[in-house]
Design a protein around this ligand. Structure first.
Ligand code: HEM
Length: 337
């Protein structure tokens, strides 16, 4: 039989399969990769020892992944000659970090159950683990996502909010993703861990809204501290803590907002605006309420999915399928069309 006979079948194997958005459920890998969740948690424990901040950095991935075309691991893709990925988008360039932690998790998973656990699910598990391992709540995650076949720098540029954002624009943005005002405030509480760059606060320190003056919402002593950290001629990649306890997931972030010690404009604005202030106050006095609302928000954000073809990537940085022209080299076939 002519090898050409198999060509359509081979093509089918290599092409992405168009499927409706995957059904997400807890324990999705209980049969196919029962150790998946413990493997990811172990990698996160190691990351905590190696570089404590990396947990915050990895936790942030969930936000930057899920808001751009759903939770599909798209932000993990490296650029290719034909695709501008999300790593160099406005919000991500020089800012998102610790991709190697996800790579390590993926490598460990591929050894035990090759081709089974998606990168998109690794992001969701790792974000949960980051919170749990730094003193925050632990929860059951829904799994079963597929990885995207492409990424979009343009979508990331258009969607991801600026550190200058005010509460009303953040409320509108989150509403587009079916996330409430309470979700917005609770999820911003993720800034209970991690750091931000001087780059993200220079305007706030020296030229808020083009006034040539600092943001009046700053508590003066805190502003002086940030002035010392980020003088006008600073290397803007210098980083500062997002709250007073940057390695512990707690409600200190909200206490800081109440006392005018929010790092980003997008943080402090949540206390300035009446609509969001109610929740900031509530979370600052009741850590349990914050934890509960945070878990709800993370689960809702983790449900964001687009109806698009997908696959389980073998390497989170590149898609699996080969371009069709590599077929020409398969088995000596020499198609004439
Ligand atoms: C509400 C809108 C949000 C805005 C405007 C925002 C913006 C930012 C900015 C500007 C930084 C610092 C980046 C830099 O200076 O390089 C940052 C850091 C961070 N963000 Fe957000 N963020 C938002 C919501 C979220 C959400 C929903 C999450 C996760 C659920 C999250 C998790 C984090 C974490 C953990 C860090 C610290 C990362 C590290 O230390 O590497 N953020 N965010």
């Amino acid at each position: 039989m002519s090898p050409l006979f198999f060509l359509p079948f081979l093509l089918l194997l290599l092409l992405p399969i168009a499927v409706p958005a995957a059904q997400l459920r807890p324990g999705h890998y209980s049969e196919t990769c029962p150790e998946a969740e413990s493997i990811v948690r172990d990698i996160m424990k190691k990351a905590l020892v190696k570089e404590p901040r990396s947990l915050a950095s990895v936790m942030r991935f969930q936000f930057h992944d899920c808001f751009v075309n759903g939770c599909d691991g798209s932000m993990l893709l490296d650029d290719t000659p034909t695709m501008l990925g999300e790593k160099l988008s406005l919000s991500n360039i020089n800012s998102l970090r610790s991709y190697e932690v996800v790579d390590e998790a993926k490598e460990a998973l591929e050894k035990v159950c090759p081709g089974v656990v998606s990168c998109a699910d690794i992001v969701i598990m790792a974000a949960r683990d980051a919170v749990a391992l730094t003193g925050g709540p632990d929860w059951e995650v829904k799994l079963g996502r597929l990885d995207s076949l492409s990424a979009s720098q343009e979508a990331s540029d258009n969607i991801m909010p600026s550190p200058r954002a005010n509460a009303s624009s953040l409320i509108d943005l989150f509403a587009k993703f079916n996330l409430s005002v309470k979700d917005l405030v609770a999820l911003s509480g993720s800034h209970s861990i991690g750091q931000g760059r001087c780059f993200s606060i220079m305007f706030r320190l020296y030229n808020q809204s083009g006034t040539g003056r600092p943001d009046p919402a700053f508590e003066p002593k805190y502003r002086e501290k940030l002035n010392r950290l980020c003088p006008l001629n600073v290397d803007q990649n210098v980083t500062g803590d997002l709250d007073a306890t940057p390695l512990v997931f707690d409600n200190q972030y909200f206490k800081d907002l109440v006392s005018g010690r929010g790092f980003l404009n997008s943080d402090q604005t949540l206390y300035t605006y009446p609509q969001t202030r109610t929740y900031v106050k509530q979370f600052s006095s009741k850590q349990g309420e914050f934890f509960k609302a945070f878990v709800e928000g993370m689960i809702k954000m983790g449900d964001l999915q687009f109806d698009q073809p997908g696959e389980v990537r073998r390497n989170c940085r590149v898609v699996n399928h080969r371009p069709v022209n590599t077929l020409w080299n398969l088995g000596g076939m020499n198609p004439t069309f």
